[in-house]
Design a binder for this molecule. Structure first.
Ligand code: SF4
Length: 337
């Protein structure tokens, strides 16, 4: 099988159902150009001057303990590094460099709950003021109270992606341990109403469901539960990151694809809470870093010899020679039928 087939296969791990089908066009020409550039650069492995996207690890704090989450596994294994928060100055330095050099999109979370960062509203607003086209975050919505929802909508968040894994209250509370179903649904509904009241096109509100053995049969119920209220639904296949989870939750059997080519080294870099530049945002323990924004421009790290070597190994089908990638679960693909 060719590498290009493997690249396409990664998309089978997630599928999206958009109810608001005109949203991208409604966002205007600049947004549409960005989406086209993203797709074209990814497809052709075009190296841009600056990463198109940065993932900011604002905090690893979280009040939940979802059994399938890598953070929960780290806590269980006694390897949780203690709670951290990215200082506003670190965020601002990276963001300003990006805004000058072509950064298009940012995501404001990694392994924690971004709504627990006290500076989140002004971080979103700064990104919008600097002209970043796509400003997104993933949240459980547990802490999405009215003030937070208002500040995110008014600040210019473009995508609010909410993790919500079951439409059945008891089941949801087992999978999203410590969250209360009724309270979270109320938070989401209030944010939807507020967006309407403010006549705001943004954020696009998407609910993501991680599909596992435990819940994949609830897919249609999820659609029925949410379709009238939100902009889209995402169905993500469960991934056992770095094989930290000791339960087998895969719906379909998977195996590591040796000829997998990951698209991320042509799209994005991560920024750790302390300003280290991360090769991959999925590197929860910050094992592979390319310097720190204090002494290395992100542009230099992106175009530097280390990144270039990683890209070449990927394209040559030698992904296993990158230690982090050899332990990553992204190349785990469903078995051939
Ligand atoms: S660690 Fe995983 S997600 Fe990150 S670049 Fe390697 S294969 Fe891709």
């Amino acid at each position: 099988m060719t590498a290009s087939k493997r690249e396409r296969d990664v998309n089978t791990l997630c599928s999206f159902l958009n109810f608001n089908t005109t949203w991208e066009a409604d966002m205007g020409d600049d947004f549409l150009r960005y989406r086209r550039a993203w797709q074209e650069n990814t497809r052709h492995k075009t190296l841009t001057r600056f990463p198109m996207h940065l993932d900011f690890d604002l905090t690893n704090a979280c009040t939940l303990a979802c059994p399938f989450c890598p953070r929960t596994q780290l806590v269980r294994q006694g390897r949780y590094p203690g709670t951290y928060r990215m200082p506003f100055e670190v965020y601002e330095k990276a963001l300003r460099e990006g805004a000058e050099k072509g950064l298009l999109a940012i995501n404001l979370n990694a392994g924690g709950e971004p709504l627990l960062h006290p500076d989140l509203p002004r971080m979103v607003k700064l990104a919008a003021d600097l002209g970043i086209l796509d400003i997104m975050l993933h949240t459980s919505a547990v802490h999405l109270d009215e003030a937070m929802a208002r500040s995110l909508i008014e600040g210019g968040l473009t995508k609010l992606i909410i993790s919500f894994d079951s439409p059945i209250p008891e089941h949801y509370e087992q999978l999203r341990k410590n969250a209360r179903f009724d309270a979270v649904v109320a938070n989401i509904n209030r944010a939807i109403d507020l967006k309407k009241e403010l006549r705001s096109l943004t954020p696009f509100i998407r609910i993501n469901m991680v599909q596992m053995k435990e819940n994949h049969h609830e897919r249609q119920q999820m659609i029925d539960f949410w379709r009238e209220r939100i902009d889209g639904l995402g169905f993500l296949e469960y991934i056992n990151y770095y094989q930290w989870d000791d339960r087998d939750r895969y719906v379909h059997p998977v195996r590591y694809q040796e000829d997998f080519v990951c698209e991320k080294p042509w799209q994005r870099l991560g920024i750790a809470h302390d300003g280290r530049i991360k090769f991959c945002h999925l590197d929860d323990l910050d094992e592979v870093t390319l310097g720190t924004i204090i002494d290395t421009p992100i542009e230099e790290a992106w175009q530097g010899a280390q990144m270039q070597a990683y890209r070449e190994l990927q394209q040559q089908g030698r992904i296993r020679e990158i230690d982090l990638c050899s332990r990553c679960s992204t190349p785990m693909m469903p078995e051939e039928p």
